[in-house]
Design a protein around this ligand. Structure first.
Ligand code: LMR
Length: 397
C-alpha cells in the first residue's frame, strides 16, 4: 500500500519553520509560525503557567480519564473569559479540544454530520489551515474577498457585497474575532455591527475563530466583535485557543462552543459534541486545561496573567512600530506605514512569494510565502539587519 503513496507538499507554515531549523546560517531569522518570542528569541513559559504547574504537581491525585467534554473548571472559566456577561452561558454547549485546530475540526464535524453539504465562507486570504480543516470535515469552502487590490486595507464593501449576493440561509461564515490571520487587518467595531446585521438578515451563522484574545487591544476589548455578532445572531459557533495568550502551544488547549438560541438546546448540542470528540480522540488531555483553569480561577494568578498578556501585546506593537520606522530609514521606495493599522502577531507585508524566497535564500530570513510576517519574531537587535535585507530584496526583485 505505502509504495503507492505520493509525498505530500510541506506545510506552508510549519514546513518553513522546519526548514529554518535545518538552516546552518548563524544570522538566520524566523518570522514564520505564529509563536511569541522575547527579545532574545525565546518562546518563554509564562510565570503564571509555571506557578500553576507547581500547584498541579502538588495537588493532582490521578491521571484517570476526564469527561469527554473536558475539565469542568476549565470550561466554566473559558465561558466567562470569552462571553463575560454578554449572553446567558447556559445557552452554550462547550467542549475542551486539543488546541484551536481541534476546536475547528470538532465544530465542523458536528455540523457536517447533521447538515451535510453545509458551506462555510472563508475570507480570502485566511489562515492556511482553515480550508483543509473544513474540507476534511466535509464542508464546502467558498471564499469572500477581504483585502483591497494593494493588500493594505480591508475591502469592506467587497466582503459585504459577496456575502449579501451569494450567501444562503444556513451557510456558516468564518470570521476571525480579532488579529486576522494572516493579514492583521480587522473590521472596525462599527463594521462588526454591520456584519452582524447582515448575517442575521440572511440567516447565516457566524463561525468565529478566536485564537488571539488579548493580542489586539486587550482581553476584554478583543471580545467585543464576538459580542456584536451575538447581539443580532441567536446562534453561533465559537472556537478559541490558548496557544498564544497562555503560551501553551504544545499543550494543545482550545474550546469549541456552540451557542444556541435558548438554554433548552444546550444538552442536545453537547451530546453531539461529545460524539464528535469520542470518535476523534476519545477525550481531551488534562494538563494544559488544568493549568489554564488554575490560573483563571484564582484572582491573583489571573491578574498576573493579564499583565503577562498585556506585556506580550505591547512588545509586538513596539516591534511593529520599530519595523515601520526601520523601513523608513532604508532606501526602500515602498512605504510600510500601512502596517500601523494592523494588529496582533501578524503583518501582511505586501512582499510576494518570489521576495519571500529571495529573503530565505539570500539572507536566511524566513517569512511565509504570502508575505505574512510574524511580528512577534522580530527583535531590536536584528531589526536593522531585517530592514536592510527587505530593502535590498525589493530592489533586487
Ligand atoms: C500560525 O498561523 O502560524 C499559527 O496559527 C500556527 C499554525 O499552526 O499554523
Amino acid at each position: 500500500m505505502l509504495e503507492f503513496l505520493p509525498t505530500a507538499p510541506p506545510d506552508s507554515i510549519l514546513g518553513l519553520s522546519e526548514a529554518y531549523t535545518n538552516d546552518p546560517r548563524a544570522n538566520k531569522i524566523n518570522l514564520t509560525v505564529g509563536v511569541f518570542k522575547d527579545e532574545q528569541g525565546r518562546t518563554p513559559i509564562l510565570n503564571t503557567v509555571k506557578k500553576a504547574e507547581e500547584i498541579l504537581l502538588k495537588t493532582e491525585t490521578t491521571k484517570s480519564y476526564m469527561p469527554i467534554e473536558g475539565h469542568p473548571g476549565y470550561l466554566k472559566a473559558v465561558l466567562d473569559l470569552v462571553f463575560g456577561t454578554s449572553i446567558d452561558v447556559a445557552r452554550v454547549a462547550a467542549a475542551q479540544t486539543p488546541g484551536g485546530t481541534g476546536a475547528l475540526r470538532v465544530g465542523a464535524d458536528t455540523v457536517a454530520k447533521h447538515f451535510p453539504g453545509t458551506r462555510i465562507w472563508l475570507s480570502n486570504p485566511t489562515w492556511a489551515n482553515h480550508g483543509s480543516i473544513f474540507q476534511a470535515a466535509g464542508l464546502e469552502t467558498p471564499v469572500y474577498p477581504y483585502l483591497t487590490a494593494d493588500k493594505t486595507s480591508l475591502d469592506f464593501a467587497a466582503m459585504m457585497g459577496e456575502i449579501k449576493a451569494q450567501g444562503r440561509r444556513g451557510d456558516l461564515v468564518c470570521l476571525h474575532a480579532c488579529c486576522h490571520n494572516p493579514t492583521g487587518i480587522d473590521p472596525t467595531l462599527e463594521q462588526w455591527q454591520e456584519i452582524s446585521a447582515l448575517l442575521a438578515e440572511k440567516q447565516m451563522i457566524p463561525f468565529v475563530d478566536f485564537a488571539y484574545q488579548g493580542f489586539g487591544d486587550g482581553l476584554e476589548a478583543d471580545r467585543l466583535p464576538l459580542h456584536a455578532l451575538l447581539e443580532k445572531n441567536s446562534e453561533a459557533i465559537v472556537c478559541n485557543s490558548f496557544s498564544k495568550n497562555f503560551g501553551l502551544y504544545c499543550e494543545r488547549v482550545g474550546t469549541v462552543m456552540l451557542v444556541g438560541k435558548e438554554a433548552s438546546t444546550t444538552e442536545a448540542a453537547l451530546s453531539q459534541l461529545r460524539q464528535s470528540v469520542r470518535c476523534n480522540y476519545s477525550n481531551p488531555p488534562r494538563h494544559g486545561a488544568a493549568t489554564v483553569a488554575t490560573i483563571l480561577n484564582d484572582a491573583t494568578l489571573r491578574a498576573e496573567w493579564q499583565a503577562e498578556v498585556d506585556a506580550m501585546r505591547n512588545r509586538i506593537s513596539k516591534m511593529r512600530d520599530m519595523f515601520i520606522a526601520g523601513m523608513k530609514g532604508t532606501n526602500a521606495t515602498r512605504d510600510f506605514g500601512f502596517l500601523s493599522r494592523q494588529k496582533g502577531m501578524f503583518s501582511y507585508s505586501g512582499l510576494n512569494s518570489m521576495q519571500a524566497d529571495w529573503l530565505k535564500k539570500e539572507r536566511g530570513i524566513y517569512i511565509v510565502g504570502t508575505g505574512r510576517i510574524n511580528v512577534a519574531g522580530m527583535a531590536t537587535s536584528t531589526m536593522a539587519t531585517l530592514c536592510n535585507a527587505i530593502a535590498e530584496c525589493i530592489q533586487a526583485t
